[in-house]
Design a protein around this ligand. Structure first.
Ligand code: AHG
Ligand code: MN
Ligand code: MN
Length: 338
């Protein structure tokens, strides 16, 4: 007999709300709105190639990068949906230089702020490669009803109330955590619902995959060059050589390693002296998920979640995944003096 017992994202959110004694459903509503925006973006991405949605929007974003039409679309959809939730008083996104303060009467009283990369890996979109959305939720520091300020968004990653990502891949998935483990939901397109498919995700302590853009090898710090060689060495007892897998879409590279065990590395290099990935809305949410699943994230020296950001679009070297592997990278960096 077919199994009709499904748990939708919304069922799950409500179920979990009971774990927080004083919860009033504000976070639940916010997560629900993120889920709805994800479905809208997913629909558009699925049509890429059929409608006039692929390619450049003809604008350059705050980082001097070419904005894709879908970057702009996803940015608008997520901002609109967060505003509509009434629980979010402001957002910071990859596509906007400064934080956006919602002046709407309801929204300005919202308890939460959201940092989001609405579409990550968007340069892959023209070639049917998976892309993602990465988000992170914090309690505001400023008083409810006030205009949000920079400091609301520059909290260290350990203060995240919730974080997650959406993968628009061979299937679309939403993975999130509210600090109580990690759960994954797969979108069932026939009913238009995210359904619980990966309950309580735990990442292996060690894995056999390393993910890095080896095209930058000659520019890497000595410790990373040596670590890559270590990954390639034969050592049957520890399962080496490891396998190399790199898509160039953070969410997909991370998600595979989360489930199978592995490490994702984006070191600083000569052309990107602070690395490429943005601390606030790319690294921190992914780091939160990793640590909630039993893994860890580092900038090479310290836990990524302990860094206090000094600006919204600040970059950081990023090492994330299985605990044993991230610790090993830290050892190599330390030994070879970075
Ligand atoms: P963007 O935010 O501009 O879409 O960049 C994508 C990111 C991330 O998804 C990926 O891990 C990384 O860039 C890939 O960078 P390289 O092309 O330098 O490997
Ligand atoms: Mn990005
Ligand atoms: Mn982006």
């Amino acid at each position: 007999m077919e199994n009709y017992k499904i748990t939708t994202l919304n069922d799950f959110i409500i179920l979990k709300q009971k774990d927080f004694t004083y919860a009033k459903g504000e976070l639940s509503s916010l997560l629900h709105h993120i889920g709805t925006a994800a479905k809208m973006v997913n629909k558009k991405i699925n049509k890429a190639g059929l409608v006039d949605i692929i390619g450049s929007a003809g604008e350059v974003n705050v980082h001097g990068e070419n904005q894709q039409k879908l970057d702009v679309y996803a940015d608008e959809v997520f901002i609109g949906s967060l505003l509509a939730s009434g629980e979010c008083c402001g957002v910071a996104t990859e596509e906007n230089e400064n934080e956006i303060s919602f002046s709407d009467t309801f929204a300005s009283k919202g308890k939460y702020i959201v940092c989001i990369d609405p579409l990550d890996g968007s340069s892959n979109i023209d070639f049917n490669v998976s892309v993602g959305t990465i988000f992170s939720i914090y309690r505001r520091i400023t008083q409810r009803g006030e205009k949000v300020r920079n400091e609301d968004f520059l909290q260290n990653g350990s203060k995240q109330v919730a974080a997650g990502y959406i993968i628009y891949g061979s299937s679309t998935m939403l993975v999130y955590s509210t600090g109580n483990g990690v759960n994954g939901f797969t979108l069932d397109p026939s009913i238009g619902e995210f359904c619980l498919s990966h309950p309580d995700i735990r990442t292996p302590e060690n894995g056999s995959i390393y993910s890095v853009n080896e095209g930058n090898y000659v520019h890497f710090p000595e410790g990373i060059k040596k670590y890559i060689k270590y990954c390639q060495e034969i050592d049957k007892d520890s399962g080496r050589p490891y396998t190399s897998r790199y898509i160039g879409s953070l969410v997909s590279d991370f998600h595979r390693n989360l489930l199978k065990g592995g490490i994702f590395l984006y070191p600083e290099n000569k052309t990107a002296p602070q690395g490429k990935l943005r601390l606030v809305y790319e690294c921190n949410p992914i780091a939160f998920i990793a640590s909630q699943a039993g893994g860890m994230a580092s900038d090479g020296k310290r836990s990524l979640l302990e860094i206090t950001p000094s600006s919204l679009h600040q970059r950081s070297p990023f090492y994330v995944g299985s605990k044993g592997m991230v610790k090993k990278v830290e050892e190599f960096l330390d030994f070879y003096n970075r």
